[in-house]
Ligand binder design. Structure first.
Ligand code: NAD
Length: 464
């Protein structure tokens, strides 16, 4: 794979004065982004951007994360184009006024709601899916008729530079901008009076973004993370369950916000489950995962060291080998970690899977509910009662039964966290909604005007 990062870093990138969003405010005020035609034209231009540059996007993702071509298609490129297709197909119906009934007191009259764009949106992305995590919210922002600034993560610098190069070439430059940079540039952006703040990333910066939005009393959506638990009922179809856990956990080398963070299982099934898990890891990534073209790399050495430190003093039953200079860590399995260790307290966000055992199914549910609400929660079971208990008792952004991250493929399922895993949801219509204000409209007729509501209020009126 050719190293494109150097080329793009040197490229003349259209830069944008981060201290000034006036141009975007003026474009929005002109009203042109509100038309159905502008929205569809921009969405089609975005499709063209992706189609004409897919090989550069694949190379950038490979340079940043060692992402293989299939994963790049499945989770970033194809994911984004499918989202555009769905959005364009449904946009007319989303934009239609929604009829609401009118009470007697306001008759004759009619009531309805219409969705209007919020204005100028700031979209801040994270590095693990560096293309999709800014493009999917951008699709929603455009669909709702907004102007937008996108700020990709500085850690995935090749993809960031590629976006900064391509977006001005394809999209309406006076309405959509890319700003590159890290903390300083984002801090400058956050000081600007955006109408919508949409952030994907960790909890700590989420608080900074929410504080910034509060200064402008602007709408905010936080797509955060957390430790997504994966409960395995040993008495289920373990072959399929394990295949799907390996897929969801080690895709993108574990750097997926909805990856199963740890497995919970009843004690009696631990040995059988872990042996079969290790066999499946070898099947999917070979005996030498460092040689597998399908296995990714950690974003940078700092995160690599953070992950390696998690293994200190742990009972590693598979993997654990690493090469810091290659940002490589083997698919690693840890059993019975202390629940107070950093491995079980922090979001792992890497290729290490701890397995924790419990005496009963209810104890597993109690463990999950005693911790912060996760972004996703998984259960593998063939027991209808346990499935129902899990879905009812576990509060999480999303729940998936008998699979892992595949639920993300359904663009019509609203996606987002709850509590410390985030606030607000997007994807499909939910995305259109968070970039819109639902405006209520009531129209009265002049034909009849009941005198009862007007002063002076006679005794008879007051009795009614
Ligand atoms: P990151 O380091 O890329 O930071 C995210 C964004 O915040 C970047 O654009 C960065 O420039 C900006 N930023 C960093 N420090 C800042 C500061 N002090 N002030 C203002 N802006 C700042 O990503 P991360 O935080 O390492 O992301 C990992 C987290 O994101 C994990 O918790 C993961 O679960 C979560 N995540 C969530 C989703 C989701 O859809 N819910 C998707 C991906 C990642």
């Amino acid at each position: 794979m050719q190293d494109v990062s150097a080329t793009f870093q040197q490229a003349q990138i259209a830069t944008y004065n981060t201290t000034n969003i006036d141009e975007l405010k003026r474009t929005f005020a002109s009203g042109r982004t509100k038309s159905y035609e502008w929205r569809v034209e921009q969405l089609n231009a975005l499709t063209l951007l992706i189609e004409e540059n897919s090989s550069d996007i694949i190379e950038a993702l490979h340079a940043d994360l060692g992402k293989c071509k299939t994963e790049a298609w499945l989770t970033e490129i194809g994911y984004s184009t499918a989202s555009i297709t769905d959005t364009v197909k449904r946009l007319k119906s989303w934009m239609k006024p929604n009829k609401i009934s009118t009470p007697m007191i306001a008759q004759p009259g009619k009531s309805y709601t219409i969705n209007e764009p919020l204005g100028v949106a700031l979209i801040i992305g994270a590095w693990n899916y560096p293309f999709q995590l800014v493009i999917t919210p951008l699709i929603a922002a455009i669909a709702a008729g907004n102007c937008a600034v996108i700020k990709p993560s500085e850690l995935s610098l090749t993809t960031s530079a590629l976006l900064a190069k391509l977006v001005p070439k394809y999209l309406d430059n006076a309405a959509i901008k890319v700003v590159e940079g890290g903390k300083d540039e984002t801090t400058e952006l956050l000081a600007q009076p955006f109408d919508k703040y949409f952030y994907t990333g960790g909890e700590q910066v989420g608080r900074i973004v929410m504080t910034a939005a509060a200064k402008h009393l602007a709408s905010v959506t936080l797509e955060l993370g957390g430790k997504s638990p994966c409960v395995v009922d040993g008495d289920t179809n373990l072959d399929v369950a394990i295949r799907r856990i390996v897929w969801g956990k080690w895709m993108n080398a574990g750097q997926t916000c909805v990856a199963p963070d740890y497995v919970l299982i009843e004690e009696e099934y631990l040995t059988d489950f872990s042996q079969r898990l290790i066999a499946e890891i070898k099947k999917q990534y070979g005996k030498e995962p460092s040689q597998s073209k399908d296995y990714g790399r950690i974003i940078n050495q700092r995160h690599c060291s953070r992950l390696i430190n998690y293994l200190d003093g742990q009972n590693v039953i598979h993997g654990g080998k690493h090469k810091l200079d290659d940002k490589f860590i083997e698919p690693t399995v840890v059993v019975q970690p202390s629940v107070d260790s950093a491995l079980m307290q922090e979001e792992i966000f890497g290729p290490i899977l701890p397995i924790v055992t419990f005496k009963s199914k209810q104890k597993m549910l109690d463990f999950i509910t005693s911790r912060p609400k996760p972004l996703a929660a998984y259960v593998f079971t063939s027991n209808a009662k346990f499935e129902a208990d899990f879905v009812e008792q576990i509060s999480a952004g999303s729940v998936c039964v008998n699979d892992t991250s595949i639920f993300m493929a359904n663009h019509d399922l609203p996606f987002g966290g709850v509590g410390t895993s985030g606030m607000g949801q997007y994807h499909g219509k939910a995305g259109f909604d968070i970039f819109s204000h639902t405006k209520s409209v009531m129209k009265r007729s002049y034909k009849f005007d009941a005198p009862i509501r007007y002063a002076p209020f006679s005794k008879l009126k007051l009795m009614l």
